[in-house]
Structure formats: structure tokens, C-alpha cells
Design a protein around this ligand. Structure first.
Ligand SMILES: Cc1cc2nc3c(=O)[nH]c(=O)nc-3n(C[C@H](O)[C@H](O)[C@H](O)COP(=O)(O)O)c2cc1C
Length: 312
């Protein structure tokens, strides 16, 4: 089940998805976190951020709409309270970071590099950094960084430069809300990202027709879960076709081993499980077990034999 994501080798291709399994070892009481390929923590900013007003989650017929708004304790507090427990769990950790300005990505990267340098034992569990650039950019009228090539390249470049001392790979997490995903993926890779994570949530809105108000406290939200799955499969498929050598992590609506196999066949090197965890906290471990059984049933000797199968 070994997965190769660029230069990073993982024991298997299944990870949690950022924001859907807490900041630390929250899922550790349901399954052994070290059994996953990696645990991706909720996106962290330089300082604490309180997120959006409630309600923040709305179940949909085929998934969920959320407007959590990137609530997090800030990198330093996370390093004190969550990183040591993650290190003790034996998990491989992917740190997701976000910022509200281009220079902010440099600052959060420098802070992470400092944190890892001052806590080398705990920090050794960190295997990659995911750049959440699918969040509002206050320098560009609340557009998302990953909604333009310029925004993508500048945020990724600032983060990659700041993380040079760590030697960690940086994956740029991209938005599906764009017409030209390939140019944006190219901008991320050109700016030094070691890989791309596809996809973040799709922008949506739910309105209560009685009050005329949004059903979520933050106004609009992001669609995740089953409805997003074909969007993710297509994004991965098209990016794999355009960038045959890129490291690609697929995410969107994976709730079974079969769903994970589909994203791997589209060209993902690894797959993240998010919304499925809300209905079943054991979902990431279950998806891994199902994928393993599916591969055995298919007579596949390795994950490498499945990755990109759709490109024949
Ligand atoms: C409640 C919730 C919170 C999320 N928070 C983050 C986040 O902090 N950072 C991020 O990059 N993605 C975040 N996401 C997006 C997920 O990581 C993932 O890209 C998306 O939900 C699609 O995968 P899924 O359908 O398996 O959930 C969040 C998703 C949900 C549902």
C-alpha cells in the first residue's frame, strides 16, 4: 500500500483532510493515527483566529455546506498543545497553513520553520506542509489567492521560501471554483510547490426563504462531501494529464475505498478523507481497509499500479 507523493514515501495513500479531524489527536480515540498515510491538521495561521459566527455547518442531500471560517489557535499555541501529542501518536503529520496576505504566507512559514527548529523531537513527525490558498485574500478584494495565477504564485513562493530551512515539501491546495484550473496549478508548481492538493470546497449558499437570510452565520459556505466527488475526480484527472510528473493529492467526497480508488485511478498519488468523518469518525481507517481489500480483489500488487490508470 506504499504511496509515493513526490519525494515523500508514505506507508499508504490515505490521509485525513484539513479541517475535518481537528487540530491534533482528536480522532486517536477511534483508530490508530499512525496507521494512516498521514494526518492533515486544520489550517493554522500565524496568530489565533476565531472564525465565523454560528451556525457553521448545514447538512445537504449529498454532502455538507460549511462556513467554519478557519478558526484556529495559531501556530505557536498549536505547537505547545497539539504537536507533542501528535508526535507521541506516531502519526505522520501534514501541517496546513493559511494567511490573509501574500506576505502573511511568508510569516506563517517562518513561524513554522522556527517552531520545528526549536522542537526538533516533536517536529520530526511533520512530513509536509499544505498551503491552504483557497481562503480569502484581503489584499485582493476578498478574492481567494488560488482564484488567480498571480495570487497563487505569490502566496506559494512566499511560503516555499520561508520553509527552505525545513526541507519540507509544500503542497498547494487549490480551489475548484475556477475556469482555468490548469493555469493555476501550473502557477503553483512554477512557484516552487512540490505538489498540489485538489480540491477545496465548492462555493455555495443556502437561504431560509421564510426569513430571507443565509442558513449559515457566515453567509456563503463551502460544499463538501458526495456532491464534490466528481468535481475532484475531474480536477485530478485534468491536472494529471497536464502535469504527468507532479505530486497530486486528491480530496473530495471520499467515503469508501472504491471512491479512493477512483481518485487514484484519475491520477492522485494519495487521497484525503474529510466530510465522511463527520458521519463516521472511523472513516479514514475504514476507507484504508476497504481500499486494501479492493486492491487485493483486483489482484493489484501495489498502489503504483493503480495511480493514473485512467490515463492508460
Ligand atoms: C467543516 C470543514 C472544515 C474545513 N476546514 C478546512 C481548512 O481549515 N483548511 C482546508 O484547507 N480545507 C478545509 N476544509 C476542506 C476539506 O479539507 C476538503 O478539501 C473538502 O471538504 C473536500 O473533501 P471532503 O468532501 O472529503 O470533505 C474543510 C471542510 C469542512 C467540511
Amino acid at each position: 500500500m506504499t504511496a509515493q507523493v513526490g519525494a515523500l514515501a508514505l506507508p499508504n495513500p490515505i490521509m485525513t483532510a484539513s479541517g475535518t479531524s481537528g487540530h491534533g489527536t482528536e480522532l486517536g480515540s477511534y483508530f490508530d493515527l499512525s496507521g494512516l498515510g498521514a494526518v492533515v491538521v486544520k489550517s493554522l495561521s500565524f496568530g489565533p483566529w476565531s472564525g465565523n459566527p454560528a451556525p457553521r455547518l448545514l447538512p445537504l442531500a449529498a454532502g455538507m455546506l460549511n462556513s467554519v471560517g478557519l478558526q484556529n489557535p495559531g501556530l505557536a499555541a498549536w505547537g505547545r498543545h497539539d504537536l507533542p501529542a501528535l508526535a507521541r501518536s506516531g502519526a505522520r503529520v501534514v501541517v496546513s497553513v493559511w494567511a490573509r496576505s501574500r506576505s502573511g504566507y511568508g510569516e506563517v512559514g517562518a513561524e513554522l520553520a522556527r517552531l520545528l527548529a526549536t522542537s526538533p523531537l516533536d517536529g520530526s513527525c511533520v512530513v509536509a506542509v499544505e498551503a491552504n490558498i483557497s481562503c480569502p485574500n484581503v489584499e485582493d478584494r476578498d478574492r481567494m489567492f488560488s482564484h488567480s495565477c498571480e495570487g497563487t504564485a505569490s502566496a506559494v513562493e512566499a511560503l516555499v521560501n520561508a520553509l527552505v530551512p525545513t526541507g519540507l515539501p509544500v503542497w498547494a491546495k487549490l480551489s475548484p471554483n475556477v475556469t482555468d484550473l490548469l493555469s493555476i496549478a501550473g502557477a503553483a508548481l512554477g512557484a516552487g510547490a512540490s505538489g498540489i492538493t485538489l480540491v477545496n470546497t465548492l462555493m455555495g449558499l443556502a437561504i431560509d426563504p421564510v426569513t430571507g437570510r443565509s442558513k449559515l452565520g457566515g453567509g456563503g459556505g463551502g460544499i463538501s462531501g458526495a456532491a464534490l466527488h466528481p468535481v475532484a475526480v475531474r480536477a485530478v484527472f485534468e491536472c494529471r494529464r497536464a502535469f504527468p510528473e507532479a505530486a497530486i493529492v486528491g480530496v473530495g467526497g471520499v467515503s469508501t475505498g472504491y471512491d479512493a480508488a477512483e481518485l487514484l485511478a484519475a491520477g492522485a498519488n494519495a487521497v484525503q478523507v474529510g466530510t465522511a468523518t463527520f458521519a463516521d469518525p472511523r472513516a479514514p481507517a475504514r476507507v484504508l481497509a476497504e481500499l486494501e481489500a479492493w486492491c487485493a480483489h483486483q489482484g493489484l500488487a501495489s498502489i503504483a499500479g493503480l495511480v493514473g490508470r485512467a490515463h492508460g
